[in-house]
Each structure stands twice: as structure tokens, then as C-alpha cells.
Write a protein that binds this ligand. Sequence first.
Ligand SMILES: [Zn+2]
Length: 237
Amino acid sequence: MSKRKKIVLALLAVLLLVLSLPELLHQNEGNSIAKGSVSNGTLENGWLLPWSGDNFRYFSPLSYFILDRGYAHQKVHQTVVDAYAACETSCPGTQFRIMESARCGGGRLWPHRTHQIGMSVDFMVPKIKNGQQYRWLDRLGVWHYLLSFDEKGRWSEKVTIDFETMGKHILALDDAARKNGLRIKKVILKINLKDDFYATKSGQQLRARGVYFAKSLPNLVDDLHDDHYHVDFKFAN
Ligand SMILES: [Zn+2]
């Protein structure tokens, strides 16, 4: 490698480190304040979601460290962490991925319309192939948002969305939200996937609990919610 190339690479590494400093130095403490609505508001004292845990990790270093999009209201943070702890029992062996949540101070998070006050989190759909979790696609980082699944939740002939596991995760989120003074306000999943989702045992349990799934969506929003499910939380009172 030429000396010039080495210098450019070293400068790039320093730049990435500097851009990551807010996350590397962040301490979660004190109360968060969500102001305004999910589509027009801010977040004060956001908590940074964990980069990884035993059975989950954040999906993209670019999103987390450079774009600063891994923050949430402290109660949402606790709910996300508690739900994954419960999934260790309800979904043993499954590895989950968190997608985008909010910027440290909230506000607009292009191209999301919501996610402004730390009360919204995107979660990657778990996938299955021949009865086993299929994780290769989970490693695509921000490109995962561009994946497309057909109306049966198939990415290919053999790789499909694991709706049962997804439902178990949302059940765990519902339990954890209640424990932390929150409720699930709304789940967004592509409309034509909902029949397959509700055909699962966990999907039926969520329907029985009355967890609200968006019933109709503008085409663009609908098209985007096949590779992930979006969850809005609200305060219990
Ligand atoms: Zn979202």
C-alpha cells in the first residue's frame, strides 16, 4: 500500500471515530422527555439502545454510530431490553435485530415519517429456511430496508418471514411495555402479510389481546413494511 493510501485510510479511521464519539461516550441516566407527536416532536435525554445483547443486536453500524439513530425514550429502551430477555425463554436460540429508532434529540429521521420522539422502533423480520432461522440477510445493514417479500412473506422459494417468532417478540414487547408504564399504540406490518401473521398461534394471541395493527396504509408506507415491523408505544395514562 502506498504511503498516501495509508494516510487517507488513517484519516478516514479518525473521522469515523470522531463521528462515533457521541455513542461511545453516551451514558444512559435520568428521565427522558418525549415532546409532541411521533410525526412532529423531539426527544430530550434519549437513552441509547444497546448495540448488542445475548440474543439481539442493532442492525447497522452506520445507523447507530454515524447517523446516531439508536436512541429511544428510557421507558421504550427498558421495554426493548426486557422483551428480548423474555424472548430467551419464548424463542430460545433466535437472534433478533433492532432497526432504526430515533436520533438523540429526536426530530425528523429521513425517510421515516414518524420516529421523532423516541416512542417508535423498527424491528427486523426474523426469517426461516427449512425450519431453521436464516440469518444471512440480517447482515445487510441499512440495505435490509430495501428487501422485498411477496404476499406470503417469501423472499425466495425457501426463505420466508418467521411470523410465529415475530408474534412471540411482539407479545413480549406488549408484556414489557405494560410492566414499564407503556402500551403498544400501533404496529405497522404490510397489509397483505397480516393474514399469514394472524394465522400463527402468537398472531392469534395478539389479536385476542387487542394489540392494534394498522388496517390501511398509503401505498408507499405499506410497501416499506415487509422487511420490518414498526412499533409505536404510548404512555399508559
Ligand atoms: Zn418505523
